[in-house]
Ligand binder design. Sequence first.
Ligand code: PEP
Length: 251
Amino acid sequence: MRKPVIAGNWKLFKTSGEAVDFVTELVPLVKDIIDVEIVIAPAFTVLATVQKKLEGSGLHLAGQDCFWENEGAYTGEVSPLMLSDAGCSHVIIGHSERRLYFGETDDTVNKKLKAALKGGLTPIFCIGETLEEREAGDTFNVLRTQIAGGLKGIPAGNVNRMVIAYEPVWAIGTGKTASDGQAQEAHKFMRGLLSEFYDWTIAEETRILYGGSVKPENIKGLMAQPDIDGALVGGASLKAESFASIVRFKQ
Ligand code: PEP
């Protein structure tokens, strides 16, 4: 059984006051939900503040990125060790915005995944095709290349400790969600890749999330797909009420 994960990616939003207000509102709305892993990924500057508010709630904290070294002369970076120290259990790695604006490649993503796993964090490893790639019929090739590159040298025993997020770039922040069928097709393909690169048990155990304009209105249809194990949510995770109704997708 794969426990569903609903993760909110706050991106470059929320000051500490706004973060505190959000968590104060969210926690009572989801406190009875025990069969969903709920994760919030705030900006680094508010991690400690959010962590204090989450204590005892069962909700998880994530970084939005991490570097591959634990310490050193790397100005501006944050390490897996520092994320753990701030109370994080998860970290988003390889988000398409980082690939697009900050030069992340499959190679840097691979180093970060290894470092996060070594540091005891659960990576949320993001992949997905652009609109041009989809229209050119390249979606499966792109997913194969990104998964093979990201997971290079990562042993089977570590793969099922991570979460994969399929986020078609054309669906992120655009209001255009992949249809349930398009998402399921990609997820099924990725699970097949995991069984090809590892084995069927690993493929069956690894959770694969969908991300891209997930909202309270479309979460049920997505979650009804057999290979969709949760969602990585951007815009709709910024309001406690909409995030809570996504978390409560079973009701
Ligand atoms: C994301 O940032 O990972 C994301 C999926 O954003 P949105 O839900 O706003 O499309």
